[in-house]
Design a protein around this ligand. Structure first.
Ligand SMILES: *[C@@H]1O[C@H](CO)[C@@H](O)[C@H](O)[C@H]1NC(C)=O
Ligand SMILES: *[C@@H]1O[C@H](CO)[C@@H](O)[C@H](O)[C@H]1NC(C)=O
Ligand SMILES: *[C@@H]1O[C@H](CO)[C@@H](O)[C@H](O)[C@H]1NC(C)=O
Ligand SMILES: *[C@@H]1O[C@H](CO)[C@@H](O)[C@H](O)[C@H]1NC(C)=O
Length: 191
């Protein structure tokens, strides 16, 4: 009997935990580029509400990207406000992911985001005006990170048979946090 009770309570407790909804809210974005390859760069984060902010980006590729490698690193802010490496440091050959010759998990997630929010929704090469609109990180696409502040850095290089050139860096600053209910809902609950 006691065991059954413990198991039942355990289930409720786990239920409670998973009921807390996690969101990844973008706070800021920084874009740096190799100006001989990329021009007219703009990147902005627009806050929509307490839980959601979206990213809009534009740039012009002077030199087309033929075989880009995206190094994705995740950093988390520790108690002393310093960003420290956090679990993820991968090199993604995105053309191979798009051509389904490579199934590296973070590459597959990135390709899903590209298809949803950008005009980089086709096979390589990538040239001309690249656009991202109203992009955000859907929690269902990512593993549940502990609550806190993160930086996701994407460093893009392009390779051909003879050389590897730096193209640019995007740094996304985001907060993994519990979904904030609107004030209205709180009032309704209290009244
Ligand atoms: C870059 O932006 C300037 C000013 O908005 C515009 O005149 C120019 O045509 C743009 N160049 C490219 C290559 O998009
Ligand atoms: C790619 O995105 C552009 C711009 O959003 C859209 O017009 C086009 O239909 C998309 N192509 C594919 C193959 O999804
Ligand atoms: C490789 O890239 C370099 C630098 O961008 C360029 O000078 C060279 O012509 C390229 N080689 C080939 C084979 O495309
Ligand atoms: C920027 O790109 C040019 C042209 O591909 C290349 O020659 C140069 O080395 C790159 N700059 C850096 C810092 O990699």
């Amino acid at each position: 009997m006691k065991l059954v009770l413990v198991v039942l309570l355990g289930c409720c407790f786990i239920g409670q935990l998973t009921n807390t909804q996690l969101v990844y809210k973008l706070k800021k974005i920084e874009c740096l580029v190799n100006r001989t390859r990329v021009s007219n760069v703009s990147c902005h984060v627009k806050a929509i509400n307490w839980n959601l902010a979206v990213v809009n980006m534009d740039c012009f590729m002077i030199v087309p990207l033929h075989n880009p490698i995206i190094r994705m690193q995740v950093f988390t802010k520790d108690y002393s406000n310093q960003y420290k490496p956090f679990l993820v440091d991968v090199k993604i050959r995105i053309c191979e992911v798009i051509e389904r010759r490579n199934f590296i998990p973070y590459g597959v997630i990135m390709w899903k985001l590209f298809k949803r929010y950008t005009n980089v929704n086709h096979s390589c090469p990538f040239s001309g005006h690249l656009i991202a609109r109203d992009g955000f990180l859907d929690t269902s696409l990512l593993p549940p990170f502990p609550q806190g502040f993160y930086q996701v850095s994407l460093v893009v290089t392009d390779t051909n048979s003879t050389s590897t050139d730096y193209v640019g860096t995007m740094k996304f600053f985001l907060q993994a946090m519990e979904h904030i209910k609107s004030k209205k809902t709180h009032n309704l609950v209290h009244n």
